[in-house]
Design a binder for this molecule. Structure first.
Ligand code: NI
Length: 187
């Protein structure tokens, strides 16, 4: 397994639609998946899409650990998942804003609206079809990673670029927002 170089925002591979995988059992595809897992773990990411490692194919990997969304529904969590040729069906029109980062947009965080409930389907690492329901953080990470397969990065989904900030400033921003909220409540 190899840790691969991650493409950064502006690289053409991140702007193109990726092509479907015809044979998931192809040794090159299997090697790519193993490298993606290694690369994501090394970078401490929640997810990774193949175009981020310069491969224009429809493969995403992700995990939604329990500590990302404590107390959430079981569908908000997911083990390490390999999803090939994904399809997403949105369930209900509810959306929620949440802070996201991306290994291809290092150092930044943005407030992004995402659907809160969906069903996704595709092939697993062995080429076997599967489907799953997702909510909360799990639904968010799936939407974020699948956007990569259509040449889309999270800032393009943002409603207000005023909420695109440096990661290092986020604690300060959250503290200020909390103070403002307390002030409003006491007035
Ligand atoms: Ni990303």
């Amino acid at each position: 397994m190899t840790i691969r170089k991650i493409a950064k925002m502006g690289h053409p591979v991140l702007r193109r639609a990726a092509r479907p995988v015809s044979d998931p059992t192809d040794p090159e595809i299997q090697r790519l998946i193993a490298d993606m897992v290694e690369t994501m773990m090394d970078a401490n990411g929640a997810g990774l899409a193949a175009p981020q490692v310069h491969e224009g194919v429809r493969i995403v990997i992700f995990h939604a650990p329990a500590d990302a969304d404590p107390g959430a529904a079981p569908e908000a969590r997911a083990p390490l998942t390999v999803l090939i040729n994904p399809e997403i069906d949105i369930l209900g029109d509810e959306m929620e804003e949440g802070w996201e980062g991306c290994l291809s947009v290092p150092g930044l965080r943005g407030l992004v609206p995402r659907y809160t409930h969906l069903r996704y389907s595709g092939l697993d690492q062995d080429g076997v079809p599967f489907a799953r329901e997702a909510r909360g953080f799990h639904a968010r990470v799936v939407q974020h990673e699948c956007d990569h397969l259509d040449g889309m990065l999270y800032p393009q989904r943002m409603r207000d670029l005023g909420n695109l900030v440096f990661e290092s400033e986020l604690p300060r921003l959250m503290a200020a927002a909390r103070d403002d909220h307390l002030r409003e409540r006491s007035e």
